[in-house]
Structures are given as C-alpha cells and as structure tokens.
Ligand binder design. Structure first.
Ligand SMILES: *Cc1c(COP(=O)(O)O)cnc(C)c1O
Length: 425
C-alpha cells in the first residue's frame, strides 16, 4: 500500500499535490511518503510482535538520512554493507547496538570503525574475513561479535542479479564450512559467536524459499548449541517482495506466521533485514516529458514505434535497464478519454538501454506533462549516478500536508567538486 493517490484527477503525495512539489523543486525528483514508510515498518514489526525480534532496516535500499532517522525513531535498527552506511546510520541516530554489518568485501578499516562504534554483530561471509575480523579485534582489544552468513543453496526464484542464496552466488558459506568456522572461533578470546545469518535474495514473492532457508539455519543453530555455543540470534535477512505490477507477494503477516511456525521450538531473537518492503512503494520518481516522437513503420510492419522522451534516465533509476524491472508509470494529472498510445518511455542518456518502460500503454501524452514512476523508493536514488554528467535528482519527504527537501538537487559545481586539473597537462 502507499499514500500516492489521485484526488480530482491530480496525483497527491499524502496531502500534497505532486505538481506543487515540482513547481518548487523541479524534475526529476524523488518523492517519499513518511506515512507509508511508518506504516510499512509498523505492519512488518507488528507481524513479529509476539516473538523476540529485531528489525534491521536494510540501509542500501534507501539511505537518505531523513528516512533513516524516521525509521530509527520507530525502533528500527540497521543492516549496513559499508563504512559509509555505518556513518549514515549513526548520524541518523540509530543505536549501534541495533546495527548488523553484512557484505562480502568488508575492509579492515570498515571493521575497525564498526567494532569501535559497538555494533551488534558482523555477518561474516568468508574464512578470510573471519581472520581479518580477529586481527582487527585483537588490534583494538575488543572481541568481535559475529554470525556466519550461511549460503543455504536455496533458489529464491527471483531475478538472477538479486538472487544471493545459491551456491553459484558469491555470498555466504556452505553450512559445513560455516560449522568449521564456528568451531575454530570457539575458544578465541577475540571472536564472539552470537548467531547465524543468511539472506537468500530480493523481491521474493513466495514463502517457501524463506522457510526452507530457515529450516537449514535452524538445523545448524541446534547443532552449534549442542556443541556448547551460546548463540542468541537467528538472522533471516531481507528479501520480501512488493507489488510493482501484478506480483502477488505474501503480506508480512503471512510471511511472519510461516517463520514463527518454523521457529516455535527454538528460543532465539529473530533478526530481519527488510529493505524493499519498507521503502519500495513509499517513493515515486517524478519526471517531465520533453518530447514525443514516432518512428514510421519499417516496410512490412503495421505499427511504427513511439517514444516518450523524459528528463529522468537510467542514471536516476537504473532498475528497468539493470534488472528488466517493471515500474508503473502514470501521468501526474489524469488524462481522460479512451485513447491510448503504446510507447517506450526513455531517458536522455546516450545508451539504448536507457529506458524506464518498454512497449507501455499510456494515455496520449504531450511534452510538458509530468509522469510519476511508482515503486521507486527502494534501489532508486541510491543506485543513481552522474553518468552523462547529469546532476543527481532532488529527494523530497512528504509528511501529511508538509514536505521537506531532504536532498538538494546537485549542481554542475557538485559534478566537478572533487576534480583537479594538474598544472603539467
Ligand atoms: C539487500 C539486502 C537486504 C535487503 O533486501 P530487500 O530485498 O531490500 O529486503 C537484506 N540483507 C542483506 C544482507 C542484503 O544484502
């Protein structure tokens, strides 16, 4: 669900007309709804309210400080994957004891920052990383709390680029290797095993891969308890899918029910790392139509090809180009009538892969119209770049009748801020 709805033919973000935001901030602009974010977190958290649990919001889905602050205030912790995300989470006031650190390529510097900050634990993804973590812990004289990220070899049935729990993926360790790693760490004064972790992929629309992964984790958890380990946390990662088009992901309550069923004979704190399900449908990307053009049909073809050229490109929202992702696109001012066109909605970037939609049925659209690209709150702005020397879009947070620019649009100066021209060339 979300709070982007039409009122008298005009798209509102909560109580604010999208057009009004655009008049002040311009396009392209990301608009997030605070009420939607709050609701998503609350529904998710309430689904687990009858068992010990910790929600560590996956910062990489949308790492704007205002959003981290909002979620932190409601009790969320953070799942981070870099020193930069640690910096953001702490800056937004998320308590370190609610932060877990995932990722296959943590540097020793990042580990040191996180360990000094006093995070809850590291989700360790290789034996080399465990050794590095030990070195860091010894160096600063503070034992490192950790889970091993297990790769349960479960097929999440999602896009290959966001599948992470298969043997062929770079993430985690097979159960047997993980077991050996725990044993090696057992009596080490600088390594403190706290739990087991996994994350099998993103945009999952079925429950069974989660329960299968959880079953595998539980088995290992019990084996380790029998070996005398005092584990307390079982981290199942994120991955719950959302509705972009006609997907039918399970609602959080159903997902929670299935997990709780699986966990009923185990006493532990369940950690979840939702990202997309919290932020995805809490954001839209608003773009202005620059041109509409039609290429005539080739000989033998009935239809020509229509293009709606907009001022947001793959540098602003890379999901369609990168994952063949579908995003619903609707005009900000409803266009009445039965007439439709079929067009590719494309950006200004010099790449044929630069599209927001292919072969999309749209009402007749004219230059100057505003379009809203829905479900852009997760993996949207965070994946944006300056390709083609395009300043990154502004970000706006709406809360009821008010809205706040939570990240200014970049300027040309910003583009070159870190560059220098050596005298010698
Ligand atoms: C990306 C990621 C998540 C969040 O995934 P969503 O599909 O956005 O819920 C959680 N945990 C880890 C380790 C991740 O890499």
């Amino acid at each position: 669900m979300h709070y982007f709805e039409y009122h008298h033919g005009e798209l509102l973000a909560e109580k604010v007309p999208v057009k009004k935001i655009v008049e002040e901030v311009g396009t392209p602009v990301y608009i997030y709804s605070a009420a939607t974010l709050r609701r998503h977190l609350q529904v998710f958290s309430e689904a687990f309210s009858d068992i010990p649990h910790l929600i560590c919001y996956s910062v990489k889905a949308n790492s704007n400080l205002a959003i981290l602050k909002l979620l932190g205030k409601l009790g969320a912790g953070a799942d981070i994957v870099s020193g930069g995300e640690l910096y953001r989470a702490l800056k937004a006031g998320i308590p370190p004891e609610k932060i877990v650190f995932s990722g296959v390529g943590k540097t020793e510097r990042e580990m040191e920052e996180a360990l000094s900050a006093g995070i809850l634990m590291f989700n360790v993804e290789s034996l080399g990383e465990l050794e590095a973590l030990r070195r860091v812990a010894q160096k600063i004289g503070k034992p490192a709390p950790f889970s091993i990220r297990v790769n349960p070899n479960v097929d999440p049935k999602t896009h290959p680029y966001i599948s992470t729990g298969l043997k062929k993926n770079k993430f985690g360790l097979p159960e047997e290797v993980a077991f050996e790693a725990y044993r090696k760490a057992k009596d080490d004064p600088f390594l403190h095993p706290l739990g087991i972790d996994c994350h099998i992929g993103s945009q999952l629309t079925e429950i069974s891969p989660f329960t299968e992964a959880l079953r595998r984790l539980k088995e290992l958890y019990q084996r380790l308890l029998a070996e005398g380990f005092e584990l307390r946390y079982l981290d199942l990662g994120g991955g719950l899918g959302i509705v972009y088009g006609n997907e039918e992901p399970p609602p959080p309550a159903e997902y929670a029910e299935a997990l709780k069923q699986e966990l009923r004979d185990l006493s532990c704190t369940l950690i979840l790392e939702p990202g997309r399900v919290i932020a995805g449908n809490a954001g839209i990307l608003v773009t202005r139509v620059l041109y509409v053009k039609s290429n005539p049909p080739s000989p033998g073809e009935k239809e020509g090809k229509n293009f709606v050229i907009v001022d947001a490109g793959m540098n602003d929202l890379i999901r369609p180009a990168f994952y063949q992702a579908y995003h619903r696109i609707l005009p900000v001012r409803e266009i009445s009538g039965e007439e439709t066109i079929v067009a590719d909605v494309v950006g200004p970037i010099c790449e044929s892969g630069d599209f927001l939609a292919k072969e999309r049925t749209l009402p007749p659209i004219s230059p100057g119209d505003l379009l809203a690209v829905f479900s852009a709150g997760a993996y949207g702005f965070v994946m944006s770049s300056n390709y083609n020397s395009r300043p990154r879009a502004a970000e706006v947070l709406v809360d009821g009748e008010r809205f706040f620019v939570v990240r200014k649009r970049e300027t040309y100066e910003d583009l070159v801020r870190l560059e220098t021209i050596p005298e010698e060339v």
